[in-house]
Design a protein. Structure first.
Length: 62
C-alpha cells in the first residue's frame, strides 16, 4: 500500500507528490521464500522503484 500526499514547494510553486511505503515483513519474507528461494532484498531500491515519479517520504517496515 502506498500513501500519497501533495506538498507545495514555496520557491517555484510546483506540486511534489510524496509517497509512504508500508512493508509487511512477515508476508514478504514468506512470499520470497515460497516463490523466489531468496531473502536478500534491498528495501531502499524496492521502495524507490515502487515510487518512481514521486518523492519517497518514508518507509515503514513492520
Amino acid at each position: 500500500m502506498i500513501g500519497k500526499s501533495k506538498n507545495t514547494d514555496k520557491e517555484n510553486n510546483d506540486t511534489v507528490e510524496k509517497a509512504i511505503v508500508f512493508i509487511d515483513g512477515s508476508n514478504l519474507y514468506h512470499s520470497l521464500s515460497e516463490n523466489c528461494n531468496r531473502f536478500d532484498v534491498n528495501y531502499e531500491a524496492l521502495c524507490q522503484k515502487l515510487c518512481e515519479g514521486k518523492e519517497l517520504f518514508r518507509i515503514y517496515y513492520y
